[in-house]
Design a protein around this ligand. Structure first.
Ligand code: AP5
Ligand code: MG
Length: 222
């Protein structure tokens, strides 16, 4: 099964993808995490991506698409993928469809996590993440057991550079229209599953799982 989690910044894509991918046995692929890993490693790709991320803009399609297609061609993606943060433009969606179809595969469903925008700023400015395992916390709604430390391996938690208030505004402005257009793109193919993304994360996981159970499975994997 190949799934996409679609939603504005802070909708809960990463939080839910980490839970669902494990429950269903899919590989979680986040293009944002890939760019941040590349930036931490100081690669040319990372340096280039960082310039766009710091401004809340999209990394250009030619860079993003090449990176993603290379990732899903790895053997560990064979059982199926859960994409988080990709696609973000129609060109990305079309090239993804094309690449999968060359391997007799396709996207089975797009889970569109919808959250009113006024809730997103608080979610993002209070987020802390683990640089080692990418675990996601929130200082109020999902705090770690020990302040500032990851529950999994005790690493020091960090805040994302793009979670500053001004950058969050820019990210929302960048993503709003694209997210709508992508929802329309997948709706036209009867693959869009809108999910209420408000309430506690466990309730949202249940809604997502209930929707996934109704998806007619056509793809065997990426
Ligand atoms: P990316 O890393 O994908 O960021 P994003 O889309 O802005 O989304 P976020 O990761 O901020 O939010 P999320 O939906 O994952 O929410 P989370 O679960 O963490 O991309 C970053 C940048 O990389 C982009 O701006 C762009 O520059 C570049 N990029 C990436 N992909 C690209 C692409 N395809 N093309 C071009 N450029 C690309 O949750 C957020 C917070 O809310 C957490 O603190 C969490 O604990 C909390 N929370 C989660 N669920 C709930 C809940 N139900 N109730 C209360 N709080 C909750
Ligand atoms: Mg994320």
């Amino acid at each position: 099964m190949n799934l996409i989690l679609l939603g504005l910044p802070g909708a809960g894509k990463g939080t839910q993808a980490q839970i669902l991918a494990e429950q269903i046995g899919l590989i979680h692929i986040s293009t944002g995490d890939m760019f941040r890993d590349a930036a931490s490693a100081g690669t040319e790709l990372g340096r280039r991506a960082q310039q766009y991320m710091n401004k809340g803009e999209l990394v250009p399609d030619e860079v993003t698409i090449a990176m993603l297609l290379e990732r899903i061609a790895q053997p560990d993606a064979n059982p199926g993928i859960m994409l988080d943060g990709f696609p973000r433009t129609i060109q990305q969606a079309e090239e993804l469809d094309h690449s999968l179809s060359e391997r007799n595969s396709l996207i089975d469903a797009v889970l569109y996590i919808e959250v009113p925008e006024e809730q997103l700023m608080g979610r993002l400015t209070g987020r802390w993440t683990c640089p080692t395992c990418s675990a996601i916390y929130h200082e109020i709604t999902n705090p770690p057991k020990i302040t500032g430390q990851c529950d999994n391996e005790g690493a020091k938690l960090t805040q994302r550079a793009d979670d500053q208030r001004e950058t969050v505004k820019a990210r929302l402005d960048t993503n709003r229209a694209w997210t709508e257009r992508l929802a329309e793109y997948y709706e036209a193919d009867a693959k869009l599953y809108p999910i209420d993304g408000t309430g506690d994360p466990e309730a949202i996981t249940k809604r997502l799982m209930a929707a996934i159970e109704t998806v007619p499975v056509q793809a065997s994997g990426a």
